[in-house]
Design a protein around this ligand. Structure first.
Ligand code: ZN
Length: 375
């Protein structure tokens, strides 16, 4: 469907691009239905969603599911979740037997690295890509050996399979570890937004789940939930071999502030639940969490940086490449002679996407159908 038509349909369906509500006359409703049908979105579709696992005493051994718009519960037995009958194909994860711990943020001598970004709830696209490049096997389990996989943030918002993405990564995290590999799940600006209650970009379908669970959307992922607790231990930046990964980018302002990776990761973790007003009041947090900070910066894409400024940034961290998501491209793209690599390949559109594959000094784009192209 042409973009303009899509926009009209989305507005009539009571949602603008930025999530603000718009009023629409009743008469437009039939047009909205017509447009919705032609995009494959059926207004009458019932929601299957979950599981949701809360850590408070009364509910810690219960998993909550939304099956055909109804709330259901199942007991958690020996950490294993089991979905109710006839509840689509929702994940049945095994919970980690121990509380998650904060991981290191610097690694060396890593043989293979795969990176992707900005999945935004597009589970099917992510799975197809990872399978096509044998990062996971036919059963969606880790198949990347002692390699490292980096997800540079923005798993939340926009798309319709956010919990599918999160529970898959939750399980992959342990599988990678057991195989001697590693999954680095870096926090993006959309994780931060959800954690502090900014839900403007949440897909409409999750309103049903939030209503049934009698919680606000952000409370489905607060630190009193299994997924929320796990995500809050994660880093925002990671250095692997001669590469530095984060969601947005490192601006020259970072260098002026003489920050280091571990201090920043710690500050991000400590303040993920702060309100926007609280963050804005603290000069350093205002830098870290917003415009020129590592989860929002877009300067590499604006012709505002000179080559020597990029070199200064790389030298500061003693790396040769910086890998970023956040600013959407049509493909995995090398900038400044591959010193900067942009990996938000628009998976969020739900149609296709690419991976970045690194083996020694060789950098490749992993295309959607499984081919590789030297970057
Ligand atoms: Zn982003």
């Amino acid at each position: 469907m042409p973009t303009l038509l899509k926009k009209i349909a989305s507005c009539i369906l009571n949602k603008t691009e930025h999530g603000a509500s718009v009023k629409f006359p009743l008469r437009s409703f039939s047009l909205a239905l017509l447009l919705a049908q032609s995009t494959g979105v059926n207004a009458a579709d019932k929601i299957n969603d979950g599981p949701y696992v809360f850590l408070d005493k009364e509910r810690e051994n219960t998993a909550f599911w939304v099956c055909d718009d109804k709330l259901k519960q199942t007991p958690i037995i020996e950490h294993q979740l089991k979905r109710p009958e006839d509840c689509a194909k929702l994940a049945e994860p095994k919970l980690h037997s121990q509380a998650p711990i904060v991981e290191a943020d610097t690694y060396s001598n890593v043989g293979m690295i795969v990176a992707l970004s900005d999945v935004h709830g597009q589970f099917d696209v992510m799975i197809n890509l990872l399978k096509a490049h044998r990062v996971i096997d036919a059963n969606n389990r880790w198949a990347f050996g002692d390699g490292h996989m980096v997800m540079t943030g923005d798993m939340f918002d926009r798309g319709h399979q956010v919990n599918e993405v999160l529970w898959f990564l939750y399980e992959l995290d342990k599988q990678a570890e057991a195989a001697g590999g590693k999954l680095h799940l870096l926090m993006g600006n959309h994780e931060q937004m959800v954690f502090r209650g900014d839900v403007r970009y949440v897909n409409d379908r999750y309103q049903t789940s939030a209503n049934l669970l009698n919680r606000s959307y952000d409370a489905l992922y607060n630190k009193g939930t299994e997924i929320g607790r796990w995500l809050r231990t994660k880093n925002t930046l990671v250095k692997i071999n001669n590469l530095l990964f984060m969601h947005g980018g490192i601006s020259p302002e970072w260098l002026e502030r003489k920050l280091d990776i571990s201090t920043a990761n710690q500050l991000f973790r400590e303040h993920l639940d702060d309100s926007k007003e609280e963050l804005k009041q603290n000069e350093l947090l205002n830098f870290l969490f917003f415009k020129n900070g590592p989860t929002w910066y877009r300067g590499y894409f604006k012709d505002e940086l000179k080559d020597n400024e990029v070199d200064n940034i790389l030298n500061y961290f003693n790396v040769e490449h910086i890998v970023v998501g956040h600013t959407s491209q049509e493909r995995v793209l090398g900038l400044f002679n591959n010193k900067i690599i942009a990996i938000d390949s628009s998976i969020k559109d739900g149609k296709s996407g690419e991976l970045l594959l690194i083996k020694g000094k060789s950098f490749s784009r992993g295309l959607y159908q499984g081919e590789q192209r030297t970057l």
